[in-house]
Design a protein around this ligand. Structure first.
Ligand code: R5P
Length: 298
């Protein structure tokens, strides 16, 4: 197996390569003077199972070189080409809210489905879609962060009260709470704009002895977490811990959040808040999906 990492997460690529007993795919990438991408594969891919770890945060700058690489690996004789992207972009654009809006999750899914044999990701934002199969036509595997987050909470927080800031977070928060044997509450959120959200008041009557732990799949502008934390502060609760599976931290979101909470993320997206290691379950998923989708040679 060859693992290629086009410029997104060398640390995770090294971990996966070692856990999967694979070889690092050798790649040369640069820009022509006019800004177009140059790509050259130096590894011999003939009859190899090739895995591309390309983490699709900030996807627009990564997608074209990624598609070029997948196509080149096939032309060089790869037996299979799979994609591992711990963060799957564009999943939040799952509905046309206003006439003429692009429901970007769908064309993005068609693009990736046309290029890869399979897809592995971590907790994609499944809100209006029930599963990736609703829009992806290739086999996929979703790796869950809940067991890792629950373990981290048990090791680091005493008497946690888990809080999910909106209805779609219930799928993660309920599972983390169950595994960590902690109580949880789910709030209601309304988003009025990119930086404008309101979150309902938590029921904090019985919470004074607990440490609030917010859990969400994505922290982007940080507004969802900040609004929720403001309620907790107003009620006089101890400093909250905000845990995100995918810490995107647009703009100064991280700086704002660290003023009011301890911020922890999985290493789905490389960031100094990373404390929860995802490499082992990701590697296990690659093994399983390869075994299911790729026919062994005679
Ligand atoms: C969407 O509902 C997600 O689950 C997150 O709550 C959301 O993406 C967080 O975004 P932001 O940090 O911009 O409030």
């Amino acid at each position: 197996m060859l693992i290629f990492n086009p410029d997104s997460d060398p640390a995770l690529a090294a971990q996966l390569t070692s856990l999967l007993d694979a070889q690092a795919g050798l790649l040369e990438q640069r820009r022509f003077p006019d800004g177009e991408s140059y790509l050259r594969v130096h590894s011999d891919c003939t009859d190899q199972d090739c895995v591309i770890l390309c983490n699709l945060f900030h996807p627009d700058k990564r997608i074209l070189p990624l598609l070029f690489l997948a196509d080149t690996l096939r032309e060089c004789g790869a037996r299979s080409v799979g994609l591992v992207t711990p963060y799957l972009a564009y999943m939040r654009q799952d509905k046309r809210f206003k006439p003429g809006e692009c429901v970007s999750s769908r064309p993005f899914a068609r693009l990736l489905s046309s290029a890869f044999d399979y897809l592995i990701t971590m907790d994609p934002h499944l809100h209006r879609y029930h599963s990736l199969d609703d829009i992806y036509s290739i086999p996929s595997r979703v790796v869950q962060a809940a067991p890792l987050i629950a373990h981290w909470i048990q090791e680091n927080i005493s008497a946690p009260l888990l809080i999910g800031p909106d209805s779609e977070s219930e799928q993660w928060v309920a599972q983390v709470a169950h595994l960590a044997e902690a109580p949880f509450q789910i709030l209601q959120k309304e988003r009025h704009g990119d930086y404008d959200v309101s979150v309902s008041l938590p029921d904090l009557d019985s919470a004074t002895q607990h440490t609030p732990v917010l859990v969400d799949d994505i922290i982007s502008s940080g507004r969802t977490m900040l609004e929720t934390i403001a309620h907790l502060q107003a009620a006089g609760l101890p400093k909250a811990t905000a845990i995100g599976v995918h810490g995107i931290f647009a703009g100064n979101a991280y700086e704002q959040l660290t003023k009011v909470a301890d911020v922890v993320t999985t290493d789905c997206i490389p960031h100094l808040s990373n404390q929860i290691d995802i490499a082992a379950p990701l590697a296990a998923a690659v093994r399983e999906l390869l075994a299911e989708t790729v026919t062994p040679p005679n």
